[in-house]
Design a binder for this molecule. Structure first.
Ligand code: DX5
Ligand code: ZN
Length: 213
């Protein structure tokens, strides 16, 4: 299991230092939540900010776009140093064109599904993807409760990926903690995003190590 701390819960007055802190604590990826106040009812940060903090770690930047028209902004996030870009299938950009644009830049591409979207919605794109992100909360805010009823979608995706012999990682995002990570692993999650569970812990290194156990 890989752990991707969500920087949404960090102290933004020292964004770079927070990334270094997560690097030292054993994070596998840095999960960066980009929100536009339109696709989701919250606003965070964009590509210029990501570019400023890129030099604080060599770990992969996993950029989760919760924005309308993601296609328009792919180049900006690639230029900023994204290693993985995930965009919502519920957004208004053409999935194939968006995947191709990301991959043409040598960046890994993923599709995200909100709680109300079925796993089958991404099946037609699976052979072109590096990752599928299953939301285990409604996107927009950190600190919400984990929706265990999303796990059957993870299982269905895992089975389909295996059946077609593909190399696609499954990421889960929202409300993940020590109390539910075992269920995530059993369902087939490869990468767990954790905001609150890591940032509100007294010792983030211990929190990450415990999640991995
Ligand atoms: C929610 C974000 C998540 C969130 C995770 O829209 O995509 O990455 O910040 O935070 P926790 O772990 O607190 O749910
Ligand atoms: Zn996220």
């Amino acid at each position: 299991m890989l752990i991707a701390p969500s920087l949404l819960s960090c102290d933004f007055s020292k964004f770079g230092a927070e990334i270094s802190r997560m690097d030292k604590a054993g994070a596998d990826y840095m999960h960066l939540d980009v929100m536009d106040g339109h696709f989701v009812p919250n606003i965070t940060f964009g590509a210029p900010v990501i570019k400023y903090v890129r030099s604080f770690t060599e770990k992969p930047f996993d950029v989760h776009l919760m924005i309308s028209e993601p296609f328009k902004y792919i180049d900006d996030f690639c230029d900023a140093g994204a290693d993985i870009i995930t965009f919502h299938i519920e957004s208004d950009s053409d999935p194939i064109k968006t995947i191709e644009k990301i991959k043409a830049r040598g960046v890994k591409a993923g599709i995200v599904i909100k709680p109300k979207t079925d796993a089958e919605a991404v099946f037609p794109y699976l052979d072109k993807l590096d990752m599928v992100l299953v939301m285990t909360v409604e996107p927009g805010f950190g600190g919400q409760s984990f929706m265990a009823d999303m796990l059957p979608k993870v299982k269905a995706l895992k089975e389909e990926i295996k059946r077609r012999n593909l190399n696609v990682l499954i990421e889960a995002d929202g409300g993940i903690s020590e109390s539910n990570i075992a269920q995530c692993i059993d369902a087939g999650v490869d990468v767990a995003v954790a905001g609150t569970a890591v940032f509100k812990a007294e010792n983030p290194a211990e929190a990450i190590a415990n999640l991995k156990k």
